[in-house]
Design a protein around this ligand. Structure first.
Ligand SMILES: NC(=O)c1ccc[n+]([C@@H]2O[C@H](COP(=O)([O-])OP(=O)(O)OC[C@H]3O[C@@H](n4cnc5c(N)ncnc54)[C@H](O)[C@@H]3O)[C@@H](O)[C@H]2O)c1
Ligand SMILES: CC(C)[C@H](C(=O)O)[C@@H](O)C(=O)O
Ligand SMILES: [Mg+2]
Length: 360
């Protein structure tokens, strides 16, 4: 029997609990099929934690995560908490958990399933061969810099500061080069070095590290150009490495190459094998509680957890194959359905994927 892996589950708000529920069903089926053992423990996080504990990231939830081998996260946030003070916004909990767990690297693969090309806004021939990964720096930059309000000559001013140091840039860039070495050895470093000082430092560090990876073909792309090229020639990208805010925005854009943000999984990693796994999407308040959200991003996040934290490549492959089989058979949630009248719900999609899961 394999060793029991501890998974902290923080489902959060909105569609978070729905999509996490389907991912937990997949975990259970993997236990039955492959003999792996998982112990799951749930923690309050996000808006629901504000309501019940007065803070988006209660200490007991953080401890639960710290004592686990991996974390499975749904999504946080929603209009109910939008007007909260800075400390009480669910997003503060999300940024806080990433920082507290040292998760500086956010890996967001945008894999285009052939049968979903019809759901994309791009022409199938433009999408041909598209399979890229955004490596987003996750604990620095403008999201974590000092922010404040003050009185200025033109009235009230708001200030957000963007700070990066060499060490923060080096560790994420090295990780991206390492990932590029396992793939097609192409790396695009995305910055705004024509304007921002943090980007100039970013580019210097990338150029200093590049000779350590002579086999990797490196290109520097300005972020505005990258946003355009992602729609013009997506297949020319393989690994994209970039700072926090650019990665946040570009990964949502890349989601539309796959057909929907409901398809994009992610892994947040630090120095060791511990990781936090979550869909890239948010709590989708517009569809929460209707049972129509797409659980595939969260289910594929479990596959990432198996690959990157547990090394259970057989089970990861089985999940990815099951998702493909179900999509190839034409089953679609509303977000990826061309004919919306035939769309199935969250639970039905989860059940189909579980039924398709097999040990080869
Ligand atoms: N990691 C996270 O927890 C996370 C990420 C992004 C946004 N948020 C938060 O979520 C809240 C809503 O943000 P938003 O509306 O800008 O982004 P969102 O990702 O929640 O939703 C954007 C759009 O995509 C759709 N969508 C998202 N996930 C889907 C899924 N699985 N299936 C089908 N459709 C899906 C939504 O219905 C919506 O129309 C905000 O409070 C925001 O801060 C949290
Ligand atoms: C909700 C927000 C703080 C978060 C981020 O910007 O990291 C989200 O957009 C994401 O992509 O996970
Ligand atoms: Mg985002």
């Amino acid at each position: 029997m394999s060793e029991v892996k501890k998974i902290a589950v923080v489902a959060g708000d909105g569609i978070g609990p729905e999509v996490v529920g389907e991912a937990l069903k997949v975990l259970k089926k993997v236990e039955e099929l492959f003999g792996y053992q998982f112990e799951t423990e749930h923690g309050l996080f996000g808006g629901i934690a504000i309501d019940e504990k007065g803070t988006p990231l209660p200490q007991e939830t953080l401890d639960l995560c710290k004592n686990a081998d991996a974390v499975l996260l749904g999504a946080v946030g929603g209009p109910k908490w939008d007007n909260n003070s800075k400390e009480l916004r669910p997003e503060t909990g999300l940024l806080g958990i990433r920082k507290a767990l040292g998760l500086f690297s956010n890996i967001r693969p945008a894999t285009v399933f052939d049968c979903l090309k019809e759901a994309s806004t791009l022409k199938p021939e433009v999408l041909e061969g598209t399979d890229l990964i955004v490596v987003r720096e996750l604990t620095g930059g403008i999201y974590f810099g000092e922010k404040f309000r003050r009185e200025g000559a033109g009235g009230e001013e708001a200030v957000d500061t963007c700070v990066y140091n060499v060490q923060e840039i080096e560790r994420i860039v090295r990780q991206a080069f390492d990932i590029a070495m396992t793939r097609s050895k192409r790396l695009a470093s995305v910055d705004k070095a024509n304007v921002l000082e943090t980007s100039r430092l970013w580019r210097e560090v990338v150029n200093r590290i590049a000779p350590e990876y002579p086999e990797v073909e490196l290109e520097h792309v300005l972020v505005d150009n990258c946003a355009m090229q992602l729609l013009r020639r997506p297949s020319s990208f393989d690994v994209i490495v970039t700072e926090n805010m650019f990665g946040d925005i570009l990964s949502d854009e890349a989601a539309m190459l796959t057909g929907s943000i409901g398809m994009l999984s992610s892994a947040s990693l630090g120095e060791g094998s511990f990781g936090l796994y979550e869909p890239v999407h948010g709590s989708a308040p517009d569809i929460a509680g209707q049972g129509i959200s797409n659980p595939i991003a969260t289910i594929l996040s479990v596959a990432l957890m198996f690959r990157l934290t547990f090394g259970y490549h057989d089970a990861a492959q089985a999940i990815e194959d099951a998702v493909k089989e179900v999509l190839d058979a034409g089953h679609r949630t509303g977000d990826i359905a061309v004919d919306k009248s035939k769309a199935i719900g969250t639970t039905a999609m989860g059940d189909l994927i579980i039924a398709a899961l097999k040990k080869s």
